[in-house]
Ligand binder design. Sequence first.
Ligand SMILES: Nc1ncnc2c1ncn2[C@@H]1O[C@H](COP(=O)(O)OP(=O)(O)OP(=O)(O)O)[C@@H](O)[C@H]1O
Length: 238
Amino acid sequence: MIELDDVLVTAFSPDPAGDADRVVRLLGPVRLRLTERRIAVIGANGSGKSTLARLLNGLVLPASGSVRVDGLDTAVDGRAVRRRVGFVFTNPDAQIVMPTPLEDVALSLRRLPLTADERDAAARAALARFGLADRAEVPAHVLSGGQRQLLALASVLAVEPAILVCDEPTTLLDLRWRTVVDDLLDGLDQQVVVVTHDLDAAARADRVLVVDDGRIVHDGEPVEAIAHYRALMTALRA
Ligand SMILES: Nc1ncnc2c1ncn2[C@@H]1O[C@H](COP(=O)(O)OP(=O)(O)OP(=O)(O)O)[C@@H](O)[C@H]1O
């Protein structure tokens, strides 16, 4: 279970009127208990969705309040939390660090008690699951944007994290691979929290959080949540 208690996220922002930085609120206050298997987070650009997602594995820490994952406080047990919570970034280049796909997936498998041969086989199987079997040993930088997004997913899922948090995991994918990834995420046993602008994906969630101006302004069933989001967007255009 993921628990957020009175969470406030702030940042320093340059003050155009003076030389002192101002503290600005990015998110909060937020109080949530996330127990559903499929949770979608939707909202306008810049509303705070990624900030919320990054709180869940300790990439962002609260200025006040606490985030706990299965009882582990992200501010105290960050490493243990990150072992439980796999995180897929919007931009796959933020997480691909090795020269080839095979080495990249093998790197994420390094913590598992595997022999070199077992690690190689597990990495190749993870790549095959995402259609990258024949790309295992090409330089990672020659992969297309969509293939890099698939590689990032393969690396994170290879270690079978207990919880998966994805920040817009299908933005770069064509319809075929978007469908494959959607089906794969839908079929996972793990709890999945996905930040998305894809309202079809949000409609399949068990619970949808709507974020606006750093606050959860709606929390509930997909149909009502998506209607709330559409109304917000319509109001912005008016
Ligand atoms: N470290 C930071 N310092 C200052 N401002 C920040 C920082 N991180 C995020 N922000 C600001 O907080 C707001 C929320 O950002 P966030 O990335 O969470 O939005 P988002 O809802 O994920 O947006 P998008 O849909 O465009 O990806 C934005 O205005 C962003 O510029």
